[in-house]
Design a protein around this ligand. Sequence first.
Ligand SMILES: NC(=O)c1ccc[n+]([C@@H]2O[C@H](COP(=O)([O-])OP(=O)(O)OC[C@H]3O[C@@H](n4cnc5c(N)ncnc54)[C@H](OP(=O)(O)O)[C@@H]3O)[C@@H](O)[C@H]2O)c1
Length: 284
Amino acid sequence: MTILITGARGQIGRVVVDRLHSAGLPVRAASARPAELTVPAGVGTVELVLDRPETFSAALDGVKQVFLYPNPAGIDELIKAATAAGVEHVVLLSSSSVLAPGAESEPLALHHSQVERALADSGLTATFLRPGAFNSNARGWARTIGQSLPVQLAYPEAEVASIHPDDVADVAVAALTGDALTGRSLTGRSLTLSGPESLSFRRQLALIGEAVGREIPVERISRAEQERQMAAFMPEPMVASLLKGWEAADGKAEDIADTTASLLGRPARTFAQWARENAHVFTA
Ligand SMILES: NC(=O)c1ccc[n+]([C@@H]2O[C@H](COP(=O)([O-])OP(=O)(O)OC[C@H]3O[C@@H](n4cnc5c(N)ncnc54)[C@H](OP(=O)(O)O)[C@@H]3O)[C@@H](O)[C@H]2O)c1
């Protein structure tokens, strides 16, 4: 009956653990660094390292469902161990990037599609959550905004229908609890998820500005300069993937996935709400 939550230190995993535990369900929180987990009293923790298969059997002991963070490293071994342990259902935190044109050769999409494929081929029942960009990606601007510097962007008018991480967590909980909490079974489905509105980066920054009480200047820079800045903290193929996506989204509204609202039975949380909840991140 136990539900294993991988990535329990992460922003989605942490919320899924809290929600399931509050609902009275037996949860085990897994992390590569279990000592750094903060979980509610009564929640068991376990070490799970994807490139160390020897950590799998203890983590999966007595587990019927897994909430899985995507990582192709070790996925075949993990599936083998999950099958042997009697796991019945895996809910994967995938990404809408798997649906984009050219996904077969995009590193960002492949990171997710390889895990989807391994699960689809495994015989395990799997539910794929495919959110687009998270609102929390805006945290990447925190230091610049905190220092009152202009945010430099090559594509300030690129639009994203980004999603509140808590909405992803709520859909994950619905998928793991099935009829128990929502009255709807999502088992075995592939669910595209987005926020409720398509916003340019410039508009997101204006909303963060409203949340922190001052205007945030935006400075347009060249693509080459943006590439140089991102390459300082990100692998080159990832930089290329992201820039290509933003170029394609320049001045174009992103489709809204109505799945988020229809699955939750309420409107998806707005970016403005996320900005208000996280204003402290931008004022340090
Ligand atoms: N960001 C997006 O726009 C987006 C969009 C679609 C899909 N996704 C998918 O969603 C997943 C979650 O992305 P995220 O950006 O929100 O990451 P996150 O949940 O904050 O962290 C992901 C995992 O990284 C490990 N980690 C490493 N350093 C950490 C730290 N300082 N604090 C907390 N955790 C840390 C944790 O696993 P351990 O504890 O096991 O080390 C954690 O569960 C990604 O795998 C991505 O593929 C993201």
